[in-house]
Design a protein around this ligand. Structure first.
Ligand SMILES: NC(=O)c1ccc[n+]([C@@H]2O[C@H](COP(=O)([O-])OP(=O)(O)OC[C@H]3O[C@@H](n4cnc5c(N)ncnc54)[C@H](O)[C@@H]3O)[C@@H](O)[C@H]2O)c1
Length: 324
């Protein structure tokens, strides 16, 4: 357990909304710093939690950092402009948030004696199609501003943030899916589930692209490991987060939708406008922490389909469920 509150930046987001609840359930005190770009509904129902402190703050302002970090020895940094489309909306804000402010926050954290700084990066830094299984030491080829800013932030944290006891851990997530109180329907598995349920039809473009998928609860589990478990003894403290069984070519997903929605029409469109393809090895996180996925893609499809059927996601087409 952390000595002070755990600082979770971006704690009102898709992943943060799950992580914050799990940390509170585990007895932690949690401080959320978030500019509430997509609203605060991810934290709805937690208003009475005495161990939760929520600050609506824009971390691009470096004057906010010292106060945010006060008394914390563990930081989980999730705040970001997330996704290629969202970053393209305002490139300057994306660079400031995802790169500059991230490195500044890590540098201040190191100076102020934070021990563990967990940074949420992405497997999309690997970028483009190659046939080999990508490991943490494979060369990166970021194909979008989003992936570039995440990669430069990784480098900045590892090269510039130094302190006597500072231990950064960089987690590169696969593409996340699953239910969250701050639901995102701009993520492949979630979006296809919504379309299958609502329209009775899904389109898979190209389909040969490889992508690793990981459930949002497993992401939260990996973040919890990263808060307390020993970082790698050799090499840089970078870990891919996912499971070797969960690398898919997008066309392989079709059968899961056909099983979950027997009447769905699946259109295979020939051209993919998205050149990203990467097949990722998750051996390192398994060797180090024994980490394996507790859920698989069909579980995510089922739970989202059930929530849509039950009407527990109000107005699922609303723009608050997409980042751009
Ligand atoms: N969801 C995925 O598939 C995925 C995959 C790989 C990596 N990640 C990484 O995980 C992290 C969280 O992703 P998510 O899916 O929860 O995203 P999200 O968009 O749901 O949440 C991001 C949160 O950050 C906050 N934020 C943005 N700019 C801020 C600023 N300047 N100051 C304070 N708060 C700010 C937003 O208000 C939002 O609540 C990100 O760092 C992202 O790069 C996500």
């Amino acid at each position: 357990m952390s000595r002070g509150p755990v600082l979770v930046t971006g704690g009102a987001g898709y992943i943060g909304a799950i992580l914050v609840r799990r940390l509170l359930n585990a007895g932690e005190r949690v401080r959320v710093l978030d500019r509430m770009l997509h609203g605060a509904h991810g934290l709805a129902g937690l208003e009475a939690e005495e161990r939760l402190e929520v600050r609506t703050v824009d971390l691009r302002d470096p004057r906010t950092h010292d106060e945010a970090l006060e008394g914390c020895d563990t930081v989980v940094h999730l705040a970001a402009i997330v996704g290629d489309k969202a970053c393209a909306l305002d490139e300057e804000v994306a660079v400031q948030t995802n790169w500059t402010a991230t490195v500044n926050l890590a540098c201040r954290a190191a100076v102020l004696g934070v021990r563990r700084f967990v940074f949420a990066s992405t497997c999309s830094v690997y970028g483009e199609g190659r046939n080999e299984l990508l490991t943490e030491s494979s060369p990166v080829r970021p194909l979008s501003l989003y992936a570039e800013t995440r990669y430069h932030a990784e480098r900045g944290i590892l090269e510039r943030a130094r302190g006597a006891s500072f231990e950064p851990v960089i987690l590169r997530f696969g593409t996340v899916y699953g239910l969250s109180p701050r639901m995102r329907f701009d993520l492949v598995v979630n979006l296809l589930t919504l379309r299958a349920a609502r329209d009775g039809e899904i389109s898979i473009f190209g389909g040969s692209q490889w992508r690793p998928f990981v459930h949002v609860i497993d992401i939260a589990r990996a973040l919890e490991c990263a808060m307390v478990e020993p970082p790698p003894l050799e090499g840089e403290p970078i870990l891919n987060v996912g499971d070797n069984l969960e690398n898919y070519q997008l066309r392989d997903l079709a059968e899961y939708y056909e099983r979950a929605f027997p009447r769905v029409r699946v259109r295979h469109a020939p051209e993919a406008s998205d050149p990203r393809t990467y097949r990722v090895s998750f051996d390192r996180i398994e060797r180090l922490w024994g980490f394996r996925a507790s859920r698989r893609v069909p579980d995510g499809i089922e739970e989202i389909a059930a929530a849509l059927r039950a009407g527990s996601i109000p107005d699922p087409g609303h723009r608050r469920y997409v980042n751009a």
